[in-house]
Ligand binder design. Structure first.
Ligand code: FES
Length: 186
């Protein structure tokens, strides 16, 4: 299983704060020219790998910050798949975002070892603190909350990855401190 990577900043981003890009590009059916070029390059580079669809979708998300509806057609065409097949894979995996993440990505481990050490309660706290559920971004665009399933840090459960940095033995108080520090930095 490929872990969710939160340490990657999009190289061709589409965030509302970035000049020249529109938030809605991820929700609509069109790509900016530079994004379209990036998608075509990714498909051309990876389409000869075995079972390339997932790898291509990961690369698109790493590059654009999300997997917008508009990539379905060029990916399907490049891999000789139906649009329904590509759309089905994108919507099956929660990892693929349909809209860009916020400025900070908070991934809370919800796998077994962390659950046994309070990850569920920590997630409840995080939901209340940020005011969003998993797979959602705060209205101010600052934080995206995501579940993740084992960060390889089970000995220090409950664990989280926040902006690519691993945190262990998290408590609600420590979580609030980290979030407050991140909020100040943005
Ligand atoms: S189960 Fe959470 S880090 Fe392994």
């Amino acid at each position: 299983m490929r872990l969710v990577r939160t340490d990657i900043r999009p190289t061709v981003p589409c965030k509302p704060r970035d000049p020249g890009w529109t938030y809605t590009c991820c929700l609509m059916k069109t790509l900016a020219a530079t994004q379209e070029t990036a998608v075509k390059r990714i498909v051309a580079e990876l389409k000869h790998r075995p079972g390339p669809l997932l790898e291509i979708l990961h690369a698109i998300q790493d590059t654009l910050g999300c997997v917008p509806e508009a990539v379905v057609a060029p990916v399907a065409e490049g891999l000789n798949l139906s649009r329904a097949e590509v759309h089905g894979v994108i919507t099956f995996y929660h990892h693929f975002r349909r809209a860009p993440a916020g400025a900070h990505t908070v991934s809370l481990c919800q796998a077994e070892a962390c659950r046994s050490m309070g990850a569920v309660a920590l997630a409840e706290h995080a939901r209340r603190r940020l005011g969003v559920d998993f797979h959602q971004t705060t209205p101010d665009g600052r934080f995206t909350l995501e579940p993740i399933y084992c960060l390889g840090n089970c000995a220090c459960s409950p664990a989280a990855m926040i902006d690519g940095r691993l945190h262990g033995r998290l408590t609600p108080e420590r979580f609030d401190e980290i979030i407050a520090a991140q909020a100040k930095s943005s």
